[in-house]
Design a protein around this ligand. Structure first.
Ligand code: HEM
Length: 435
C-alpha cells in the first residue's frame, strides 16, 4: 500500500518478477486458460506482489497483483495518472507507431479513460448524472422489454445454441445503443467495429502473424471508421435533439464553447465500445460459473433474491477487463517498493479479485459471496462510468431468463478470446430445456 513515510534507502533493490512469470501475465493466450493465468498470478501475490517486469519487446513496467495495492493506486489519481501514456500495455513497436500517428503522443483517444484532472472531471460530469443509479433505474422497464425479447429469441433455438453468439452478445449492445441513440438497424455495424477495435488485425497476405505496429495501425483505422459513423449521427441530433446521450453530448457547451469534435466523437466510441463487450463477457462468464457449479444454478432458480449477488459474483469471477496501466507522475513508495516518476504500472484486476487477503476461496464461483467489493470496475475517479447500467442489464436479463429455463448444460468446449485487455468467452455452446 501507499506509504510515503517509510521510504526505503537507496541500497534497497527493486523486487523483480521472474521473466517466465512476466511473459505469462503479458501473453494474450494465457487468459484463455484459468490453469495458466491464475496460478501465475497467485504465485506473484505470494512472492513478488509488486515487482519490476521485463518482457522482450515491451518497456519495463511494475506488475501490481495484490488487491490492496491495485485499490490504493487506482484511488490516488493525483500520483498515478492515465493521460500521458498508453492505457494498455502495448509493445514498443506499437507505441512507436502510435507516437508517429499522434504527433508524438501516446494518448490515442480523447475519451475519459485517457484524461486526468481537471479535464477528466469536466468531461465525466457531462454524463455522470445519466449513469447514476436513480437515472438508470428509470430505464429498467425499457431494458426489461429488450431482455424479454432476447430470451424469447433464445428459446426459439429449441434446445441447443451458443450462449455468447446467439444471446449474450446482442442484448447489452441493444441497451447501450438505445441509450446512446444508435438506430437498431446500425447495431450490426457498431458491433463489428467494436470487435475490430479490440480484436487482432487481420493476418498479412503471406500468412505471417500481424506485427504490433500493424495492430496500432488497425486501431487507428477502425477508430476513424467509428468517427465517420458518429459524425453523421451527431449532425442529425444537433438538428433534431432526442432523449439520448448523443443529443446530450452533441449539444453541450464546455466553458461556453461547443464541445470539440474529436472529444465528442471519442466520447461516443468509448461508451459504445466499453458498454457491451464487457457486459457480454460477464453475462456469459456468470452462466459458465453456474454450468461448472450446478448447485449455484439451482439456488438462483429457487431464489430470485440471489440475483444481485449472482451479478456481482459473475463480474468478479469473469473479470472482463484484465488490466489498465497507470503512470507515476512523482517518486512514491508503494508497499516498500520505490516507484519513480515516469514508471508505468500494470494493474492486474483478475489477480486482485482472487487475492486470499480479501476473498476466501477466490477461485470458487459463489453467488452468496458477501461482501463482494471486487475490482472488475476499477476504483477511484476513473471507476467504471457504466457500472450501474451493466449490473442492471445483467440482473434484468437473468430475472427474465431463469424462470423460463428448467435446466441448462454445456454442449461443447467454451472458447475464450486471447487477450490481456478486454474480453472473455466468445463461444459457450449450451443445451437447455425450457421451463
Ligand atoms: C461488466 C461490465 C463492465 C466492466 C467489467 C467494466 C470495467 C471497467 C473498468 C475496469 C474501467 C476502468 C476503471 C479504472 O480505471 O479504475 C472502466 C471504465 C469505464 N467504463 Fe466500464 N465496464 C463495464 C461496463 C461498462 C458499461 C455498460 C459502460 C457504458 C457506458 C462503461 C463505460 C465505461 C467508461 C466510459 C469508462 C471510463 C471512465 C473514466 O475513465 O472516467 N463500462 N470500466
Amino acid at each position: 500500500m501507499l506509504d510515503t513515510a517509510e521510504t526505503p534507502g537507496n541500497d534497497v533493490q527493486d523486487a523483480i518478477v521472474p521473466a517466465d512469470v512476466a511473459a505469462t501475465v503479458v501473453a494474450p493466450k494465457s487468459y484463455v486458460d484459468d490453469t495458466v493465468i491464475y496460478p501465475a498470478l497467485a504465485w506473484l501475490r505470494d512472492n513478488v506482489p509488486l515487482g519490476k517486469a521485463s518482457v522482450p519487446g515491451y518497456d519495463r513496467f511494475w506488475l501490481v497483483t495484490r488487491y490492496a495495492d491495485v485499490m490504493a493506486i487506482s484511488r490516488n489519481a493525483k500520483v498515478f495518472i492515465n493521460g500521458d501514456n498508453n492505457l494498455v500495455l502495448n509493445t514498443q513497436a506499437g507505441d512507436a507507431y502510435l507516437r508517429q500517428a499522434n504527433g508524438g503522443k501516446l494518448r490515442s483517444m480523447n475519451s475519459l479513460a485517457f484524461m486526468d484532472r481537471p479535464e477528466h472531471a469536466v468531461y465525466r460530469s457531462l454524463t455522470a448524472t445519466s449513469f447514476m443509479p436513480g437515472r438508470i433505474r428509470k430505464l429498467e422497464e425499457s431494458i426489461r422489454e429488450i431482455a424479454r425479447a432476447s430470451v424469447t429469441e433464445m428459446l426459439a433455438h429449441e434446445g441447443e445454441f451458443d450462449f455468447v453468439r446467439d444471446f449474450a452478445m446482442h442484448y447489452p449492445l441493444r441497451v447501450i445503443s438505445s441509450m446512446l441513440g444508435v438506430p437498431q438497424e446500425d447495431e450490426a455495424h457498431t458491433l463489428s467495429l467494436t470487435q475490430r477495435l479490440f480484436g487482432a488485425p487481420p493476418p498479412s497476405p503471406d500468412g505471417a502473424a500481424p506485427t504490433m505496429d500493424a495492430a496500432a495501425r488497425h486501431w487507428r483505422d477502425t477508430l476513424e471508421e467509428f468517427h465517420a459513423y458518429f459524425r453523421e449521427l451527431s449532425k442529425a441530433r444537433r438538428r433534431e435533439p432526442r432523449d439520448d446521450l448523443i443529443s446530450l453530448i452533441a449539444n453541450t457547451k464546455i466553458e461556453g464553447e461547443d464541445i470539440r469534435e474529436d472529444y465528442e466523437l471519442d466520447y461516443y466510441v468509448a461508451i459504445a465500445t466499453a458498454g457491451h463487450d464487457t457486459t457480454t463477457s460477464s453475462t456469459a462468464g456468470g452462466m459458465l460459473g453456474m454450468l461448472k457449479a450446478p448447485a449455484q444454478f439451482a439456488a438462483l432458480k429457487a431464489d430470485p433474491s440471489l440475483t444481485e449477488g449472482f451479478v456481482d459474483e459473475a463480474i468478479r469471477w469473469s473479470v472482463p477487463i484484465k488490466h489498465f496501466m497507470r503512470t507515476a507522475n512523482e517518486d512514491v513508495v508503494v508497499s516498500g517498493q520505490k516507484i519513480h516518476a515516469g514508471d508505468r504500472l500494470f494493474l492486474s484486476y483478475p489477480s486482485a479479485n482472487r487475492d486470499a487477503d480479501v476473498y476466501a476461496d477466490g477461485d470458487a464461483f459463489d453467488i452468496r459471496r458477501s461482501p463482494n467489493q471486487h475490482l472488475s470496475f476499477g476504483n477511484g475517479p476513473h471507476m467504471c462510468l457504466g457500472q450501474h447500467l451493466a449490473k442492471l442489464d445483467m440482473r434484468v436479463l437473468f430475472e427474465e431468463l431463469m424462470p423460463r429455463v428448467a435446466s441448462i448444460e454445456l454442449a461443447g468446449e467454451p472458447e475464450h478470446t486471447e487477450t490481456n485487455f478486454i474480453g472473455g468467452l466468445h463461444s459457450l455452446p449450451v443445451r437447455f430445456k425450457a421451463a
